[in-house]
Write a protein that binds this ligand. Sequence first.
Ligand SMILES: Cc1cc2nc3c(=O)[nH]c(=O)nc-3n(C[C@H](O)[C@H](O)[C@H](O)COP(=O)(O)OP(=O)(O)OC[C@H]3O[C@@H](n4cnc5c(N)ncnc54)[C@H](O)[C@@H]3O)c2cc1C
Length: 497
Amino acid sequence: MQPAHSGPNPPARPSLVWFREDLRIDDHPALAAAAQAGQVCAVYILEEGADLGRPLGGALKWWLHHSLTSLQANLAEHGIELILLRGDTRQLIPTLAKSLGAESVHWNRRYYAWSRPVDAAIKADLTGMGVQVGTHKAYVLTEPWEIKTGSGGNFKVFTPFFRAAQSSCDAWAELAAPTPPLTGCSGAAVSSEKLEDWDLLPIAPDWSGGLSQTWQPGEVGAHKRLKRFIDKALLGYGDGRNIPSKPATSFLSPHLHFGEISIRRVWNAARAAMRANPALQADGQVFLSELGWREFSTQLIYHYEDFPQESWKEAFRSFPWKNDSSALRAWQRGQTGYPIVDAGMRQLWKTGWMHNRVRMIVASFLVKHLLQDWRAGEAWFWDTLVDADVANNAAGWQWVAGCGADAAPYFRIFNPMSQGEKFDPDGNYVRTWVPELAKLPNKYLHRPFEAPTEILRLSGVHLGRTYPLPIVNHEKGRKQALDALASLKQTHSGDLV
Ligand SMILES: Cc1cc2nc3c(=O)[nH]c(=O)nc-3n(C[C@H](O)[C@H](O)[C@H](O)COP(=O)(O)OP(=O)(O)OC[C@H]3O[C@@H](n4cnc5c(N)ncnc54)[C@H](O)[C@@H]3O)c2cc1C
């Protein structure tokens, strides 16, 4: 009788890693699990289908192109081809697993309302085919279901959430470990699409020059940003993070959004620096709490599926927004006549990023002074931000509009002049992004419409010609916003503040 093992060994079956918002090799739980099992095949799918998520904005597409280029090169160094496919993942992943003869498929989890049923359906299909599935925590430090209130509910207020989450963040972050040695699989049975054919880069016109000058998408760029931040900006971050003219923040948001660096690496780097230098304690804690806001936003979209597109406070669903396309357009183009607002909107257009303080100011201006629906602003950010993120973007807008969880009350209306004077006192930020005002003295830089005619003339500013007059008077805009809130209060006794 032939012994069962006498023949040649059957070829080892590979594991397939499905890359999504985790375009890196370092500290990648799905990749590490696949590598542990043996040969690794890798795929990225450009998801296309009405129920397969929100189409990417222009800046996200630009980033994705470069990030995939970088990941392809990194994987190739390990002999792994990144297979590129486009279409419906529900068909493509099982078909690919079959063609490759994969023993298992691994991916890192996502938390969108649309993606959860899709992932569950794919998992069920694969399991039915006898393919093992591994799903992993990677995008966050705390899974949305891990942190609960004392009574088992979901947190709606950030501070107690983060107090409860911080020790779990520490515990999970410590697990970051090097990926085991990688061995590629033979993907010969599958032909990859070409990245160039995806048309992710803008051509006519090509508006991406400012993005290329500002960013280095990919893992190397992400780690450089982290190192620069820890070495040069963590000390003083607590105050510095409010001054838009200073490079006092980490600029990690697009890298974190695309998963080019793991949140564990970022958290651990800050923690290690804080341990090594006690003078970093206070600033480090502020930075950790910003990472905590990212966790908080993710758990909001997980628990409240409508959160990305509906006001979280129900009363705000009948807010009397105005639909004024010319006001919206002036805001989008940085032509409102309020220098700090215009500077922020132009920084966004040129670089795909805007400083957090200025995001709050421009958002407040849109939803309060101009009474435009927060979703119009959110959509513009979605198209223009390189870090556009379903959770953080909606949470940011709803926070400013007063309709989100733990939001700033709607009646708190930023004064764009005094915000500019407080956070850009020497005018460096406005002078960089609104150069036509550069010669104005600081006294009038944030309120050019109050400058005497002679000063305007000497500064080469012709209001209404070289720089717009305010599209809305501040006091009038403020009153309109408060009146709108008062009208809502008459019809809703619910939670408005
Ligand atoms: C109206 C509005 C819209 C926003 N849209 C987005 C968005 O689409 N994508 C996005 O990543 N952030 C968004 N934010 C949050 C914040 O402005 C950016 O994360 C931050 O400016 C990114 O710069 P940084 O990486 O230098 O931040 P740092 O200050 O260095 O913070 C480190 C990291 O913490 C996270 N973080 C910081 N602040 C917040 C916050 N308020 N909420 C959630 N996470 C935060 C980000 O991942 C960030 O990279 C928005 C804020 C507002 C007010």
